[in-house]
Design a protein around this ligand. Structure first.
Ligand SMILES: Cc1ncc(COP(=O)(O)O)c(C=O)c1O
Length: 385
């Protein structure tokens, strides 16, 4: 049933989709697990890993308890400690934090107009001790510069790690996110395109990386039933309950993406007519999962209106909640990273982070909700100018 706000439609920033059949199946399996007493790293974790690996088409997948854990394990399992790692500055704080926790230095890099790592900036950021670069598939978009980025990494002999937290189900030229770099980290946080409550996944074709990932995620134990501690690991285990939820969501992933694409198509249609609101361009060879619908607003770029005011107006006047940005403040301007790196300037990131908004998007979004949200955006921008 439609929720109404002051007589208008009310559109939330996101909606998490667990159809009734899925809830029943999840409850049945959780009951089975509770009866068995095997609550962590059991048969459902293995099955989830196998299903996800098969979906992404990599040789291996290792389930963990968050995307942050997946990132740190990727870095640590690839044996690049004490080196520097290039990270695009418009990412969630977990990306550079994982690099630091893994014993490496961060080099913040700038982005292109597609909000993904810029190849020229990557090239200029690489130092003598650089052993990896992280590409973040922002909003579920894989950059059309991905081959140029891969070439630079191959040329400089550095590992390309995918932060695929936004990108479950996205692909470029038919290759799925998670199977593009040397290894990849996914997040299944509740607001992502698919969720396991909390959780993450590492995918890779390297047997060595995944073998080490299995050890690291379980306190450095040589194997699950061993007490031989061969690495300094951590508790990064996935619970069986998360694996059960994740598996059920994975079955629906393509369906979720198709529905998100429909909503994005409606936004594209309505916003095509507007001059000052420019949706992020999707590369021809890319098939995004539509995790976020990003649009740049000239009036934000020019400083004519403030994003907080726009968001407040959208919510209070029209009942439309814009979704979180990707990202509102680039990491190099966050106090914690400023303390590490001092004042550096990455102009493209600063401009793009300042000037975009994310319209609400979710699988169950109705045509009229998307039309209404896009209309309200144009009205709210007009009101504040
Ligand atoms: C780009 C990016 N990297 C890493 C993470 C961390 O994932 P998690 O919250 O599952 O630890 C997130 C999650 O929000 C993310 O958006």
């Amino acid at each position: 049933m439609d929720k109404r706000f002051n007589g208008y439609l009310s559109v939330p920033s996101a909606r998490i989709d667990f159809p009734e059949d899925d809830r029943k199946e999840i409850s049945r399996k959780i009951d089975e697990v509770l009866k068995s007493g095997m609550l962590t790293l059991g048969k459902y974790t293995k099955e989830f890993e196998e299903n996800f690996r098969e979906y992404v088409k990599t040789e291996h997948a290792v389930a963990v308890n968050s995307g942050t854990a997946a990132l740190e394990i990727c870095l640590r399992a690839s044996g690049i400690k004490n080196s520097s790692v290039v990270v695009p500055t418009n990412t969630f704080c977990a990306t550079p934090a994982a690099v630091i926790h893994a014993g490496c230095k961060v080099i913040f890099s700038d982005i292109g107009d597609d909000m993904c790592l810029d190849p020229d900036s990557l090239q200029n950021s690489i130092k003598k001790d650089t052993k990896a670069a992280i590409i973040v598939h922002i909003a579920g978009n894989i950059t059309e510069n991905i081959n140029a980025i891969k070439d630079i990494c191959n040329d400089k002999n550095i590992l390309l790690i995918e932060d695929a937290a936004h990108a479950a189900g996205s692909s470029f030229a038919g290759v799925k996110a998670g199977n593009i770099g040397g290894c990849a980290a996914f997040s299944f946080y509740p607001t992502k395109v698919m969720t396991s409550g909390e959780g993450g996944m590492i995918t890779a074709n390297s047997k060595e990386i995944c073998k080490k990932a299995l050890v690291l995620r379980d306190q450095g134990k040589e194997s699950f039933n061993s007490n031989n501690i061969v690495e300094l690991g951590y508790n990064w285990r996935m619970s069986e309950i998360s694996a059960i939820i994740g598996m059920q969501q994975l079955k629906r992933l393509d369906e979720f993406i198709e529905k998100r694409k429909k909503a994005a198509g409606i936004y594209n249609k309505v916003l095509k007519e507007t001059e000052n609101i420019r949706p992020l361009v999707v590369p021809k060879k890319a098939s995004p999962n539509c995790y976020k619908y990003v649009a740049s607003l000239d009036c934000l770029a020019e400083g004519k209106i403030k994003r907080e005011g726009l968001k407040k107006n959208m919510k209070e006047k029209f009942g439309v909640s814009l979704s979180g940005e990707v990202y509102d403040v680039p990491c190099h301007l966050q106090p914690v990273f400023k303390n590490f790196f001092g004042n550096i300037g990455l102009p493209n990131s600063e401009r793009l982070c300042r000037s975009h908004i994310c319209l609400p998007i979710y699988p169950q979004m109705k045509k009229e909700e998307a039309e209404y949200a896009a209309d309200c955006l144009t009205k709210a921008v007009g009101d504040l100018r």
